[in-house]
Write a protein of this length. Sequence first.
Length: 298
Amino acid sequence: MLQRPSLTEAPRNAMTVDVEDYFQVSAFEPHIAREQWERLPCRVERNIERILALFEAHRVQATFFVLGWMAERYPQMVRGLSEAGHEVASHGYEHVRVVNQTPDAFRADIRRTKALLEDTTGEPVRGYRAASYSIGRDNLWALDELLAAGHEYSSSIYPIRHDLYGMPEAPRFAFRHGGEAGILEIPVTTVMLGQRKFPCGGGGYFRLFPYALSRWALRRVNRRDGASAVFYFHPWEIDPEQPRQAGIGLKTRVRHYLNLSRTEARLSQLLQDFAWDRMDAIFLQGATRPAQEMGRAA
């Protein structure tokens, strides 16, 4: 039987950052062509510096899922992440959703990015996160491709219902796709309310709802489920001064810009309220909850 931690011995949680800039988010795809990226002001370096200072102040090590596009243009920034003790993992080359890739294109993308990041840092790349959590029931073949490319884990399935992504029938906690020899999939954290899963692992939900709700949900996962949580955010989410995009719909505008000015303070409180570590340190070197196969975990 799983032993739940005491109130003073909660599990370590995984802090993760998806390293992409404001113009690379999936919601802006219809409005900003990839050919424009080179001409837009990139703000990722200054935001990463702020994030590194925040993590250092709270003595937190984290996992950074980095775009290959970023590593080519800002190799010193990426090396700095590794030199500061953080894990560098792959976010694909240029934030193309897996649902828009053929198996051949996906295979080339992940192998190119893995090699690029490893050449940049001199360290092995063990993890991968798909753009916009775009691995689900219809393209689970991508997990096999990740394993074949040498990745040890993925964090690409979000077990919720969402208009843009999600696989609600997926396990809430880490599982191995295809049995014990398969890749370890580590979903972003959800909390159970009744019979339904609700997101509590960061992103826009962290900015939308009061911080107290996120704290309550993560504590519930730590204490009631006895599990490590996985939290994520983006560098642009602490940047309220980023350029505003014209011509986007109201829903996209609210999702992207809501409460940007409050995010950094909320993150600081989050780092203080919970214990945090890198993905690989938690899940590849003695996870707090055993990995379970697809279809057997709740």
